[in-house]
Write a protein that binds this ligand. Sequence first.
Ligand code: IPM
Ligand code: MN
Length: 332
Amino acid sequence: MQAVGRAFGHNFTLEYGDVGGISIDRHGTPLTDGVRELATSADAVLFGAVGGPKWDDPSAPTRPEDGLLALRAHLNVFANIRPVKVYPELTDSSVLKPHVLEGVDMVVVRELTGGLYYAQPKGRTQTPQGIVGVDTMRYSESEIERVLRVGFELARGRRGKLTSVDKANVLETSRLWRATATRLADEYPDVELEHALVDACAMQIVLRPASYDVIVAENTFGDILTDEAAILAASMGLLPSASLSGTPGFYEPIHGTAPDIAGQGIANPCGSILSAAMMLRYSLGLTEEAAAVDRAVQTVLEQGYRTADIATAGDAATGTTQMGDLVANAIG
Ligand code: IPM
Ligand code: MN
């Protein structure tokens, strides 16, 4: 953000708040009221990542992830936009064959504030039959409609194809989802609507990924499908996201904290950097600046710099800080 400020003559005011494990350690809760208010009063929120083995105890009263989920719900950012772009120079870094990756350019719209993540009842209870864990899958027609509309609108501005993902052969929420998508399709005659069952879609994403334009899915399906889609881009570390429709917008990479490589200075910063680009574009209206950040990442990759997650045999891996500096310099 500072590099963008320098290059384009902006003065961004950045304020920082603890969320997740650090907040549990310091304040006893993964999200304090203070940070909640800080987020609400901002023009946009750029989020890091949460989670770690230290806070993984299943009997703990709260977890880092609860802070993230509370913040998403509090900001009402129900539409999580996850673009999946394949950089041609990285096709060798992917485990998939280059011909499968040719022409891949999709956006997944993940519903972010409903479904299994949030619906009540939820929890663990002792019953005469033993302990029972409960999560509830619940969606109202209006929750479905508003996120589907985001998908239709996005598709309209792209290649005009929307794949609505569900499990309508089994789940009632999915039948409502599919019926709602079908009803809305009349309003978007310029968009070709296709329905896909989530299991089949999971297969097709790696079989013929180039056939997708915009995919819209409920919370859990979208979570799973986007980790899978990250394989197309070669690494989770590259994928940004924008969570929209509440204000302020909320921006975060799709990856977590990668505790397996914590402290080594080798994490890929590009997912976060590209999330900042989405923030510039969608919340701050700084289109040129956003494009400059996207281009800077592209340039650094074209120059052959690779963090460990995308390095192939023979590449000397670039560390997190150096990668960030290279991108910042390329912006300038
Ligand atoms: C994501 C993450 C989160 C989610 C976790 C950290 C709660 O996996 O943003 O995809 O499941 O939404
Ligand atoms: Mn996820």
